[in-house]
Design a protein around this ligand. Structure first.
Ligand code: SF4
Length: 245
């Protein structure tokens, strides 16, 4: 139930503790709060169950209290990093949840494509901005992205995370890094066999993903892009496309 004082949060799933599988917090134990709905529709989205409105019957409008109680239950009341993900979590009212969790010693990391700025970005502990490259078939609104960076007011730890499938994506990643030289850059090879809702058990082309990882490492080193960090998706290596891990 939600009430007038407490705007509802559209939730796709809450699970954990598990480890963060990618980017600057890779390997860190966390509980995921995955919100439902996204203003993008990337061609290779690996979270379609939290994006495609066909699955919205599985989403639940929850109060901040209800989300918080679930995080407390999953973490056994022991503070940890909560990962706010989606979909695009920036389109949900998460400021109250962050305040509530901070009051109890929890920390919050949010990943977004940087299309919708929110004032409460400044309250996060970690903000990962992941603009989507050409292979996603989305177009980046850099003015909106700038506003997201400004909204954070340099308060959270911030990073750029870029998925790279091909040379065009790589060129886009270099451009993004040049625009925001103050932000550390994480590159991640794309998964061209992402999960399809209802068929998460389908085999992933792991050999293909690892080949792209090798290609990316070679590209970065040959290019002497020594500030970039290249990381695979740890959860994909461990569990393929399985959900809720
Ligand atoms: S922005 Fe993220 S969640 Fe939204 S469609 Fe793209 S990959 Fe999926």
């Amino acid at each position: 139930m939600t009430n007038a004082m407490q705007p509802g949060i559209r939730v796709s799933e809450i699970f954990g503790p598990t480890i963060q599988g990618e980017g600057m917090l890779i390997g860190l134990p966390t509980v995921f709060v995955r919100t439902g709905g996204c203003d993008y529709r990337c061609s290779w989205c690996d979270s379609l169950h939290a994006v495609d409105r066909r699955f919205r019957r599985d989403w639940e409008m929850m109060s901040t209290d209800a989300v918080w109680q679930k995080v407390i239950a999953l973490s056994g009341g022991q503070p940890l990093m909560v990962s706010l993900s989606g979909g695009n979590p920036a389109i949900q009212p998460l400021g109250g949840l962050i305040d509530r969790g901070h009051g109890e010693g929890y920390r919050f990391a949010l990943e977004t494509q940087g299309s919708v700025p929110k004032q409460w970005f400044a309250d996060l502990d970690v903000l990962v901005l992941s603009p989507k490259p050409p292979s996603s078939e989305m177009t980046t609104d850099w003015a909106a992205f700038d506003t997201c960076v400004e909204a954070a007011q340099d308060k959270p730890r911030m990073a750029l995370k870029l998925v790279v499938f091909d040379d065009d994506d790589y060129a886009y990643a270099k451009d993004a890094a040049a625009r925001y030289p103050q932000l550390p850059v994480y590159l991640q090879p794309g998964n061209h066999t992402p999960p399809r809702p209802g068929n998460e058990g389908a085999l992933i082309d792991m050999a293909g993903v690892m080949k792209r990882m090798e290609w990316l490492v070679e590209k970065v080193t040959r290019d002497r892009w020594f500030e970039a960090r290249v990381l695979p998706q740890l959860h994909v290596l461990l569990w393929g496309n399985k959900r809720g891990v």
